[in-house]
Design a protein around this ligand. Structure first.
Ligand SMILES: *Cc1c(COP(=O)(O)O)cnc(C)c1O
Length: 438
């Protein structure tokens, strides 16, 4: 598999380089030169498979040149040690539950696959890497749990102080071993800036092998294309053959970019909805043709509080930087916190199902799209986090409902553990000194 930089199509690298370098030196983003394209019979064979089988087939299509089939099978089975069920809420209304991994958020899927892929190459090369991750909440948890005790890997997580939920904070700060956590006095964008600056810093890169686990790493995006196929396969098994509309709750736009990958690989998709909270740069772009990043605004769906979505470059690249092309495939909608809470209550009352705030936004996006474009296509909205992670924002009455989902025991046990984090000002020199001391 070859990849190029979005800033320079002549800059071409192999997968291992893109995996460990994360960002090309020209500050673009790596993109596959070619996505594998599946035939109709490849698709048909997927219908009967479970998530692990589908993931194995697709990862082979992507990676057959660099990883042998046995290692891939092991990688997939280890990374995806949980199910990804499609739950039916109405005749044509479905929710794809992506939150059954150890951090209870969909980022487990990308992070766990990437950690195994890195471990595969590190073992071959006998190397050590330092992974830097900026997180608005869920990425860090998924990376910490996905990389915990993986040999050859040291992880440094940066999170914005006071801006993640209590459970997210425990996931980020209680593992220890090869996981170090920095609590930054600033916003998620500040954390992301510190990490980006570190990757461009000459001294740091001479002294350490730095790698990223953010959604900018291509190895996170590849496995995220798998579950779109899995959702489609489940619809086929229910006898629903029409191509679905997918509504994707978006922040850094890795999830949606992976959805577009899946479509380019041959998956039948009617349309995508880019659903955001009030951090609505991409819905605005789709309306006006102008992309203007802004400082992020804090909302209830905090994993989507992103003012300058890093995968926008990739998404734009996929449509030749032509907003008209993008509009044909993607419609954007943005919602505020009041609408989010209203949708959580509506779904609970009318569909006896509890969603997290991110997922509520995806549901609102799907409803808005079908309102504006009536059709009999099935609609699938992606559930990106377990609702129990955000219990503090739900009204008491909802939390008492019979169908309120409880958290797995492994997660509640974390709440008893002791927080270990280093508080740090939003200052690059301080961060750099810390890294050089490792
Ligand atoms: C990260 C995250 C999102 C946004 O996903 P992107 O790929 O960054 O667009 C949505 N919901 C949850 C729960 C998340 O953790």
């Amino acid at each position: 598999m070859k990849l190029y930089s979005t800033r320079n199509r002549q800059h071409i690298v192999d997968l291992e380089t893109a995996l460990f370098q994360s960002l090309p030196p020209d500050n673009g983003l790596y993109m596959p030169c070619q996505l594998p394209v599946l035939s109709t019979s490849d698709l048909k064979q997927m219908v009967a498979g479970d998530f692990q089988d589908i993931a194995f087939r697709l990862s082979q299509a992507y990676l057959h040149d660099e990883v042998d089939a046995n290692s891939l099978r092991r990688m997939v089975d280890e990374a995806f040690c949980f199910e990804v069920p499609l739950v039916r809420l109405g005749d044509r209304r479905f929710v794809l539950e992506l939150f059954h991994g150890p951090s209870l958020a969909f980022k487990d899927i990308g992070a766990r696959f990437m950690s195994r892929l890195m471990a595969y190459f590190l073992e071959k090369r006998q190397r050590t890497v330092h992974i830097l991750v900026a997180t608005s909440g869920d990425t860090g948890g998924a990376v910490a749990l996905g990389f915990h005790r993986v040999p050859g890997i040291q992880v440094i997580i940066l999170f914005p102080s006071g801006k993640v939920s209590p459970l997210q904070e425990k996931q980020l700060t209680t593992l220890g071993d090869n996981i170090r956590t920095l609590e930054i006095e600033g916003s998620f964008d500040d954390c992301q800036r510190l990490v980006k600056q570190a990757f461009l810093d000459h001294t740091l890169n001479q002294r350490l092998v730095l790698a990223s686990a953010n959604s900018i790493n291509i190895a996170r995006l590849i496995p995220q294309s798998f579950y779109y196929f899995h959702a489609w396969a489940q619809l086929q098994r229910l006898g629903i053959s029409k191509a679905p509309v997918f509504s994707v709750p978006s922040g850094n736009f890795g999830n949606l970019t992976a959805g577009v990958f899946a479509q380019r690989m041959g998956l039948p998709v009617q349309h995508f909805v880019a659903a955001t909270n009030v951090n609505d740069e991409v819905p605005q772009y789709l309306q006006t043709g102008i992309f203007s990043p802004r400082p992020s605004i804090q909302t209830l769906s905090n994993a989507m509080d992103v003012g300058n979505p890093s995968n926008f470059q990739r998404l734009s690249e996929l449509f030749d930087h032509d907003v008209e092309q993008m509009r044909k495939r993607i419609t954007g909608y943005a919602f505020n916190d009041i609408q989010t809470l209203g949708e959580i209550e509506r779904i609970a009352k009318e569909e006896q199902y509890i969603v997290c705030p991110h997922t509520a936004i995806a549901s609102l996006g799907l409803n808005a799209y079908f309102h504006d474009h009536p059709s009999d296509a099935p609609g699938v909205f992606l559930a990106t986090a377990h609702p129990g992670k955000f219990a503090n924002i739900y009204p008491e009455a909802l939390r008492k409902l019979r169908y309120w989902p409880s958290l797995p025991e492994t997660t509640t046990a974390l709440l008893q553990r002791h927080k270990q984090a280093i508080r740090m000002p939003n200052d690059f020199e301080t961060f750099k000194t810390f890294l050089l001391s490792l």
